[in-house]
Write a protein that binds this ligand. Structure first.
Ligand code: YNC
Ligand code: MG
Length: 400
């Protein structure tokens, strides 16, 4: 097992914890091949130009047809071109990190992998990583060991820029997760989710009971809550920094990255991928913020619905966790109020379901806000970096 992964600089399952966190293998740029490995005849490497509408459409179509599905193959991610640009053209992006494989004859795009540079803090150390995402191989080319070739190519390209560490997530178990989270789902449009086969009807219940259970008020109720604007950025950066300092694994966003991830420039409302809100108190101070983004999922083989609109909780922060003497109950109450408002805003923005992972302080609101545990797990991996296991969502006993 793990014929490929056992050759890579990643921790093994049988390694005991309690070492000093740090790189596994040290190399220099001179050690790195200047040319990509050869592909099997009939296929060739290409750089995909995501600024081109035609080429982003090709990536969109490859992923739309062949990217991640749930275990029962009922749903498949349907990332929009606008989302793909947001995710893969973050500050520091470069064209050569958008790696495709084309069939030489037909020119068809049959495989893809991407990365962006990202500073990640693991406990007290900050490492520059290649954050790898959107690895995809056309269904007809599966099981032919193309994925390891793509992974080695994105590694080579990163290494040539002097980037030696990687970070990625996956639903499958590989050597060796640094932490693991579970997905939770909160129905916003229960009737539609039921018709799609996403939400079951619990034994003894009736559809109208479920619809009532998930009903929400028409508008949010937190005083001072409003959409984030550019003028809020300094306060949000400061709050985000102090809040994420509480966690063992967190991104270190630059100012440009904060703008990109929370307030991206967009051409039209139809292009919106991220929703960010702040709470401003009566003295004009920003006390909280939260954000969620949009990834549609295609509903496979269903006559009534083509897609479900899924909101994913992104980052948030609140002064309620940052008081001099931490008051867990006060923080819990505040987070529940904020997320309740996030659910209302998402519902009003026509989302069908709101997803969150069992990370950050989400354990304080998941149950009360009527999220249910999904079957999916998400494993977090570091590449060429050995880190003691981080108590994550599923195995975290006490929050904070
Ligand atoms: C996966 N998701 O274990 P072993 S997530 C990593 N991440 O290797 P083949 C994966 N490795 O076990 P297929 C993986 N899935 O023999 C499979 N593998 O050591 C490993 N699905 O290769 C697997 N997208 O080509 C095995 O498999 C080897 O044809 C088998 O292709 C796999 O984007 C795949 O789930 C996933 O498109 C491309 O099934 C295909 O099946 C597919 O025979 C649907 O591959 C879409 C899907 C994955 C989403 C993602 C993150 C990817 C991270 C990759 C690792 C990056 C490391 C850091 C590099 C930079 C370092 C620096 C500096
Ligand atoms: Mg393959």
């Amino acid at each position: 097992a793990y014929k490929f992964w056992q050759t890579q600089p990643v921790p093994r399952f049988d390694e005991k914890d309690k070492f000093e966190d740090g790189p596994i293998k040290i190399q220099t740029v001179e050690d790195v091949s200047k040319e990509p490995a050869a592909l099997v005849p009939g296929f060739e490497w290409v750089v995909v130009d995501l600024t081109s509408d035609e080429e982003i459409k090709e990536v969109y179509e490859l992923l739309n047809g062949h990217y991640v599905e749930d275990d029962e193959a009922m749903f498949r991610f349907n990332y929009s071109p606008a989302f793909l640009r947001w995710a893969m053209m973050a500050p520091g992006w470069q064209k050569r990190y958008h790696v495709g494989v084309r069939a030489s004859q037909s020119r068809k795009l049959v495989a893809f992998i991407s990365a962006i540079p990202q500073h990640i803090r693991v406990r007290d150390k900050v490492i520059l990583c290649s954050e790898v995402n959107f690895l995809c191989v056309h269904k007809k080319l599966r099981g032919k060991r193309l994925a390891p070739v793509l992974i080695k190519e994105i590694t080579r390209i990163s290494n040539l820029d002097g980037i030696w560490q990687g970070v990625h997530t996956a639903g499958i178990v590989l050597p060796r997760p640094v932490t693991t989270c579970r997905y939770f789902h909160r129905a916003l449009n229960w009737q539609k989710l039921y018709e799609c086969g996403f939400s079951p009807l619990p034994a003894g219940s009736k559809p109208q009971f479920q619809v009532r259970k998930y009903a929400l008020p028409d508008s949010p109720s937190t005083k001072g809550l409003r959409a984030m604007e550019e003028k809020d950025m300094d306060a949000v950066i400061e709050l985000f920094g102090r809040y994420t300092a509480k966690f063992d694994l967190a991104p270190q966003f630059s100012r440009d990255e904060m703008f990109h991830w929370f307030l991206p420039k967009r051409e039209s409302d139809a292009d919106q991928v991220i929703w960010t809100y702040v709470v401003e108190d009566k003295d004009g101070k920003i006390t909280d913020f939260f954000s969620f983004n949009c990834i549609e999922s295609s509903v496979i083989r269903n006559s009534r619905h083509e897609v479900i609109r899924v909101a994913y909780l992104f980052y948030y922060a609140s002064e309620s966790a940052l008081t001099e003497t931490y008051d867990r109950d006060a923080h819990k109450t505040r987070l529940n109020d904020l997320i309740h408002d996030a659910l209302i805003l998402a519902k009003n923005a026509k989302f069908d379901v709101f997803n969150a992972l069992s990370l950050m302080h989400n354990g304080l609101f998941l149950e009360q806000q009527k999220f249910g545990a999904g079957d999916g797990q998400l494993h977090y991996y570091l590449f060429n970096y050995r880190a003691n296991h981080i108590a994550g969502g599923v195995d975290r006993k006490n929050l904070l």
